[in-house]
Design a protein around this ligand. Structure first.
Ligand SMILES: Cc1cc2nc3c(=O)[nH]c(=O)nc-3n(C[C@H](O)[C@H](O)[C@H](O)COP(=O)(O)O)c2cc1C
Length: 331
C-alpha cells in the first residue's frame, strides 16, 4: 500500500493534491465532489481587499448621511443592503465548509495594504480556517518604488498578521523577485509557515479595434510548471517551511516532478477547470501507480530527492547549465 500522505503548514494531509483558489473551491457541492475524488485540502477563492474597502466606504457614507439627519440625505443614501456581505458571506462559507467537509479549509486574502487585514485575519481564524494564504498581488508600476519597498510590503503585512493570529500563514508569491530564495528566507524569518510558488500574473491585452486595454485570462499549460519545479528544487533543504507548487500542474508527471523537487503539495486549478473536479481521482490513481512502478513506498520517501541539495547534477539547476542548453539547440 503506497502512502501518499504529506505534511503542509503543520497539517497532516492524506495526499499532496490540493485544489487552489478558484471559483471551483467556492461552491460547497463542487468542494464536496473534490473531497470525494481525493482532494486533501482546499484553498478558498480570495477575499479581496478592494471589495472590503468598497463596503467600508459605503458604510461610512451611510453613517455620514445619517449623522447629517436630513431627510434628503437619508433617502438619497439608503442603508446599503449588502453592507458587510462579502466578509460575512466568506465567514459563513468557512463555517459551512468546515462542518460539511473533513479536509482542511485554507482561507485566502488578496490585497496589498496592512490596514484592515488584521481584524479580517482574526475573523477568518475564528470562523474555523485551518490556515491563511496571503496573495499579495502587487504590480510595482511606479519607477520610484524599489525592489526593497516591494519586499517590505510583503514582510510588513505578514509580520502584522502573525502578531495577531495563530493559524499558519502561507504567502503566495510571484516569481518576479530579484532573489526568490532570499525573499523566501526573509518570509520564513518574518513568520511564514509556507510559500506557494508561483502566482500567475494575468497579462492585459490590447484590443486593436478599440485600442482599449482588455483583461485576458488564459489558463495555464504544463510547460509553466518547470519554472516552479526549478525554484522549488533550489530552495528545498535551504529553507525550513512548507512549499506548495502552483501554476501549470496538469499531468501526473508534473506533480511527480514537483514532489521530487521538494514540494509538499501541488495546487491544482486550470486542470480542474478544464477536466472537472472528478479529475483529482485520476491524478491520485496515476500518482499511486507511478510511485509503485518506481518502487517508492511513500510520498515522504520521494519528496525532495531531486532537490538541489540531493540532485545528481546540482549545477544543472543554475546558470552553469545555460551555455549547454543553448548549444544543444538543433542537435
Ligand atoms: C478563474 C480563476 C480564478 C482564480 N482565483 C484566484 C483567487 O481568488 N485567489 C488566488 O490566490 N488565486 C486565484 N487563481 C489562481 C489559481 O489559484 C492558481 O494559482 C493559478 O491559476 C495557477 O495554477 P494553475 O496553473 O493550476 O491554474 C485563480 C485562477 C483562475 C483561473
Amino acid at each position: 500500500m503506497i502512502d501518499l500522505s504529506t505534511e503542509y503548514l503543520g497539517l497532516k494531509l492524506v495526499n499532496p493534491l490540493v485544489p487552489s483558489s478558484s471559483p471551483l473551491t467556492g461552491e460547497l457541492d463542487t468542494a464536496k465532489k473534490m473531497e470525494d475524488a481525493g482532494a486533501s485540502a482546499l484553498v478558498l477563492p480570495s477575499l479581496f481587499e478592494e471589495v472590503i474597502e468598497h463596503e467600508q466606504k459605503q458604510l461610512e457614507r451611510f453613517v455620514h448621511s445619517q449623522s447629517l439627519g436630513s431627510y434628503e440625505a437619508q433617502s438619497y443614501q439608503p442603508i446599503p443592503e449588502d453592507y458587510g456581505s462579502e466578509l460575512d458571506n466568506y465567514l459563513e462559507r468557512i463555517e459551512q465548509f468546515k462542518s460539511a467537509l473533513g479536509i482542511p479549509v485554507i482561507a485566502s486574502l488578496n490585497g496589498i495594504s496592512t490596514s484592515g487585514w488584521i481584524d479580517t485575519g482574526k475573523e477568518l481564524q475564528q470562523a474555523g480556517a485551518d490556515a491563511l494564504e496571503l496573495n499579495v498581488y502587487y504590480i510595482a508600476a511606479d519607477p520610484g518604488t524599489s525592489g526593497e519597498d516591494v519586499e517590505n510590503r510583503y514582510l510588513q503585512l505578514l509580520a502584522d498578521l502573525r502578531e495577531h493570529i495563530t493559524v499558519p500563514v502561507t504567502m503566495k508569491l510571484s516569481s518576479q523577485f530579484s532573489s526568490v530564495a532570499n525573499m523566501v528566507a526573509k518570509l520564513q524569518q518574518a513568520g511564514a509557515q509556507g510559500v506557494s510558488l508561483f502566482n500567475r500574473f494575468y497579462q492585459p491585452d490590447i484590443d486593436l479595434e478599440t485600442l482599449h486595454i482588455k483583461p485576458a485570462l488564459e489558463l495555464s499549460s504544463s510547460v509553466e510548471s518547470l519554472l516552479r519545479i526549478r525554484w522549488i528544487a533550489m530552495i528545498r533543504g535551504r529553507v525550513d517551511l512548507s512549499i506548495a507548487a502552483t501554476g501549470g500542474f496538469h499531468q501526473t508527471e508534473d506533480i511527480v516532478k514537483a514532489l521530487l523537487a521538494g514540494a509538499d503539495v501541488t495546487h491544482l486549478c486550470s486542470v480542474l477547470l478544464q477536466k472537472g473536479p472528478d479529475h483529482i481521482a485520476v491524478l491520485k490513481q496515476e500518482l499511486e501507480e507511478w510511485l509503485e512502478q518506481h518502487e517508492y513506498e511513500s510520498v515522504a520517501q520521494m519528496k525532495g530527492s531531486v532537490s538541489q541539495s540531493c540532485a545528481i547534477n546540482p549545477a544543472a539547476l543554475e546558470h552553469s547549465n545555460y551555455m549547454h542548453v543553448i548549444k544543444s539547440y538543433g542537435q
